[in-house]
Design a protein around this ligand. Sequence first.
Ligand code: ATP
Ligand code: MG
Length: 180
Amino acid sequence: MYLKKIEVKGFKSFADRIELELDKGITGVVGPNGSGKSNISDAVRWVLGEQSAKSLRGGKMEDVIFAGTDIRKPLGYAEVAITIDNQDSMLPIDYSEVIIARRMYRSGESEYSINKVNCRLKDITELFMDTGVGREGYSIVGQGRIDEILSAKPEDRREIFEEAAGIVKYKTRKQESEKK
Ligand code: ATP
Ligand code: MG
């Protein structure tokens, strides 16, 4: 499984639709300060369901929508889609390519989809559970995250190992059945 494509429109500094094609292996993003490098990784976290504006370096969630410039009007919604190569079937879905998309309007309402079919955020969260990807996963390591892991409480650190070991799905199901 690897990230094949990132499409962004109206998200943070990306007013126009842009498309980034990635290859297998390592991709580096270079550019001057403030040119939008971190906004790309924010977009990936956001499409996977990030709910915290602060962790996307904003004050409120609306801040992810292109706010306009001196010469350009603000936009009404932000949209991100990522395409994942799933030829190794790491994602438990019968497609060799999986497109996850999110669109959010200024009203705060978000729409999610998997392969162009509307879905709930819960469906996306479940799809990525135990893969290490996803908003709680360890595949996106933000600044300060290493320090956070090293100084975390044992219970919190255990959660990271549980995700890596692939048992979060079973734990969540157990908790859900205990609630019923
Ligand atoms: P650095 O090298 O300093 O880490 P960077 O390339 O990671 O820089 P980003 O933090 O990704 O840069 O981009 C910051 C830019 O994004 C700023 O110029 C900021 O004005 C712009 N930006 C953030 N949110 C919005 C928004 N909602 N609308 C328009 N521009 C935005
Ligand atoms: Mg940055």
